[in-house]
Design a protein around this ligand. Structure first.
Ligand SMILES: NC(=O)C1=CN([C@@H]2O[C@H](COP(=O)(O)OP(=O)(O)OC[C@H]3O[C@@H](n4cnc5c(N)ncnc54)[C@H](OP(=O)(O)O)[C@@H]3O)[C@@H](O)[C@H]2O)C=CC1
Ligand SMILES: CC(C)(CO)C(=O)C(=O)O
Length: 329
């Protein structure tokens, strides 16, 4: 893996998050290749238009824009340093490992998963046991509000940690993670590393399930409308509490709550109150009739709890209702 700039990055899933982080890594001097899908024609021609609460309005023209992972692989024949995955995590629709496989042929290429939810790393680490695997938790609040147009409402930060399976021949090291954090830092992202990333992922679930499920079920659709409704606010807090309590039982008090804020329910709510109204990405997908990240954010959470003989009755009921809602005509 490269230790100094410039460094090659391939961003797969260049929607809101991918465009934003790709832009900041480009500003840090990395050669960024964006693999686009529905926004390919627009981005290839005009780049991304980014309206950032931190940097104002900018056009981001990546080093290369391509419409397939196979093409991206030919652009850097020696292999990428990092393949940054910013697709929605939808295991029931597509396997991330299959999607990125053409660009993972060189062993030094690290897979970096910047996605919400839990249980997303295992299939990637199992498929590419010789490649480093980095698990990332992002706080940023970006949305692709029109094709190729990205709006950011919160200062971006990212927490990076290793993902290793015990049987992997090559173990991802803390220095792999530190090098990537340095690159994000050079791009102005508040980047930090964690030597225990799974509780951090659970902590992020508190926000994503807490706001995501009620947004779909109440259709109050943005954070301020939801918090402004007393019943919805109560529901958000109750979901958050159930996940918080479960995480505490799973990880124990030495590992949970995590040390970095927001790490309390009040902290998640007050962070949200401070930023403009924002549609949870589950709601953005629901509204557009696209598959939602229900399995990795909610289904996997319930299943992991059950594996440890823990019940999450509130989440389970809302999960069933949201699944029904997702099949609406
Ligand atoms: N937005 C945010 O503020 C945050 C998001 N996250 C997480 O980050 C991840 C990305 O979210 P976000 O950027 O909001 O999502 P978006 O829907 O904006 O972007 C996802 C992009 O991935 C593309 N894509 C999906 N599959 C493929 C594929 N096989 N090949 C190429 N492109 C593909 C989609 O293309 P198409 O348009 O064709 O579907 C879309 O452009 C999610 O896991 C989300 O939960 C985490 C923290 C904050
Ligand atoms: C919690 C939030 C809005 C801001 O960090 C976010 O990052 C997300 O949409 O997942």
């Amino acid at each position: 893996m490269a230790t100094s700039l410039p460094c090659s990055m391939r961003v797969v899933g260049t929607g809101a998050l991918g465009a934003y982080y790709g832009w900041r890594l480009h500003c840090a001097g990395c050669r960024v290749v964006c693999v686009c899908r529905s926004n390919y024609a627009v981005v290839k021609q005009a780049g991304f238009q980014i309206d950032s609460c931190c940097y104002g309005e900018h056009t981001f023209k990546p080093w290369q824009v391509t419409d397939s992972v196979e093409n991206a692989a030919t652009l850097v024949p020696d292999g990428y340093d990092y393949v940054i995955v910013c697709t929605k995590a939808l295991p029931e629709v597509a396997s991330t490992a299959d999607v990125i496989a053409p660009a993972m042929k060189h062993r030094r290429t690290a897979a970096v998963l910047i996605q919400n939810g839990i249980g997303i790393e295992e299939p990637v680490a199992a498929r590419f046991p010789h490649n480093p695997c980095i698990s990332a938790v992002a706080y940023i609040g970006v949305t692709q509000i029109a094709t190729g147009v990205i709006r950011q409402v919160l200062k971006a930060s990212i927490l990076l940690g290793v993902y290793n399976r015990a049987d992997q021949p090559v173990q991802t090291s803390a220095s792999d993670v530190a090098q990537l954090a340095e690159l994000f830092g050079a791009g102005g992202i508040g980047a930090d590393t964690s030597d225990d990333i799974q509780p951090v992922r659970w902590n992020k679930l508190i926000w994503n399930a807490g706001f995501g499920l009620p947004s779909v079920l109440t259709r109050l659709h943005d954070t301020q409308s939801m918090l402004g409704d007393a019943t919805c606010r109560e529901l958000i807090e109750a979901i958050m509490q159930e996940i918080w309590d479960t995480a505490l039982k799973l990880f124990g008090p030495a590992r949970f709550p995590v040390k970095r804020p927001p790490c309390t329910i009040d902290g998640h709510i007050s962070m949200t109150e401070k930023v403009p109204a924002y549609k949870p990405s589950i709601y953005v997908d629901y509204e557009a009739g696209r598959p939602m990240e229900l399995e990795v954010i909610v289904g996997n959470t319930i299943r992991e709890a059950r594996r440890h003989q823990l019940d999450m009755p509130r989440l389970e009921t809302l999960y069933k209702l949201a699944r029904i809602a997702s099949h609406r005509p």
